[in-house]
Design a binder for this molecule. Structure first.
Ligand SMILES: [Cu+2]
Length: 125
């Protein structure tokens, strides 16, 4: 009896190792998939977007990180992109856009609409 139990424990340990290596592989792979998404950063300084013209690839989902360095809130707004997002002062938000067709997509800061202007240019690679 006792000799029978030892191999079964070994099998269980081995199964656990196989399971963990699968989980590790899955986590690594999904992490790479997330990291592979094109990411662009727009910063807000003194109520202006920097850069105010951003080129992104066509037909691609893109991650946009908007960092508000001002102490005051701003709202990233675009009718063409159908996006509207408030960024509290000294905070950042993530906005996903696309996949988009080639063209120009204006955006503006709703709290400073006269000065905080920009556009995203979508181009074919
Ligand atoms: Cu708005």
């Amino acid at each position: 009896m006792c000799q029978n139990r030892i191999p079964s424990i070994l099998v269980m340990v081995r199964m656990k190792i196989v399971l963990y290596s699968h989980i590790l592989f899955f986590l690594t792979f999904s992490g790479l998939a997330l990291a592979a998404k094109p990411t662009f950063v727009i910063e807000i300084n003194n109520h202006l977007f920097e850069p105010n013209v951003l080129k992104i690839p066509a037909n691609t989902k893109v991650k946009l990180i908007i960092i508000n360095n001002d102490p005051t809130p701003e709202e990233f707004e675009s009718y063409e992109l159908n996006r509207e997002k408030v960024i509290v002062g000294k905070q950042k938000v993530v906005v996903f856009i696309g996949p988009l067709k080639p063209g120009e997509y204006p955006f503006f800061g709703e709290f400073n609409p006269k000065t905080a202007l920009g556009k995203i240019i979508v181009e074919e690679k």
